[in-house]
Write a protein that binds this ligand. Structure first.
Ligand code: SAH
Length: 247
């Protein structure tokens, strides 16, 4: 008879094996083929950890098993791409922590064919995860060099259902709205009204909110069929600040 270990022990064993895999990947491998294998194994282990932390949406987990996060970080951070932490992407900005990407994606309730707006393209990783789930993605980045490199990388990797542009996301993207979901990956002090205006009835906005230096809260804002808004506080988070329009 096979003895099934109690759930917390199974989880601990899974986490220990994931940590080991990540450590092996971080050590680097001899040739490119080995390296690709190690990166893939590390990516699966990363998603196991995210699942163990409570993310349950299978579409989110599947997308994160498929998107090569190591292609969205600078070369010097490639071997650390599957640790569960944010990493620098230049210009004082970061690619978000994978667990937070998963939590925000799950919370936004992404389904194939949905029209989704992302504010803060950064590396393009979150946009790639949304695209891998079959969403029609519109993403805006304030810093031109990041906007350009993310768009090029998304195209190179074949994420055709992403439209990226350089601009200030504070105003949303009215020409393309309304959206089924809006994901904001930089923190404003208050929720920008254009972003709730551009939500469809039944739509979901996932956004970190908080002043510079203050504790930010990740919020889920839902819009009812009658247009009224409801707000739920998820967890405390730390994002780069969202730059507001001048004046
Ligand atoms: N989603 C990104 C993480 C981005 S970090 C990823 O997957 O890599 C947040 C990004 O928001 C930064 O690149 C920053 O330049 C951008 N940003 C800040 N304020 C903005 C604004 N008002 N409009 C658009 N982008 C903004």
């Amino acid at each position: 008879m096979r003895v099934r270990r109690p759930r917390p022990l199974r989880r601990a064993a899974r986490i220990a094996s994931a940590m080991l895999t990540l450590a092996c990947a971080a050590n680097g491998q001899r040739n490119t083929g080995d390296q690709e294998d190690a990166l893939r194994t590390a990516r699966i282990a990363m998603v196991d950890l995210i699942e163990a932390r409570g993310v349950r949406d299978s579409a989110t987990l599947e997308a994160m098993r498929s998107v090569p996060r190591h292609e969205f970080v600078p070369p010097e951070y490639r071997q650390r791409a599957y640790g569960d932490s944010p990493l620098p992407i230049g210009y004082d900005q970061t690619i978000s922590q994978p667990y937070i990407v998963a939590l925000m994606t799950e919370t936004a309730g992404i389904r194939p064919g949905m029209k989704v707006l992302e504010i803060g393209t950064g590396s393009g990783y979150q946009a790639a995860v949304l695209a891998a789930m079959g969403a029609q993605v519109f993403t805006i980045e304030l810093l031109e060099p990041l906007a350009t490199s993310a768009a090029a990388q998304l195209a190179r990797l074949g994420y055709a259902n992403v439209t990226a542009r350089h601009g200030n996301g504070y105003a949303g993207w009215p020409e393309e709205g309304p959206f089924d979901a809006v994901i904001v990956t930089a923190a404003p002090e208050e929720i920008p009204a254009p972003l709730t205006d551009q939500l469809k009835p039944g739509g979901r906005l996932v956004i970190p909110v908080g002043g510079v230096g203050a504790v930010q809260q990740l919020l889920l804002i839902t819009k009812d069929a009658d247009g009224s808004l409801h707000r739920r506080v998820l967890i405390p988070v730390r994002f780069v600040p969202m730059r507001e329009p001048p004046g």
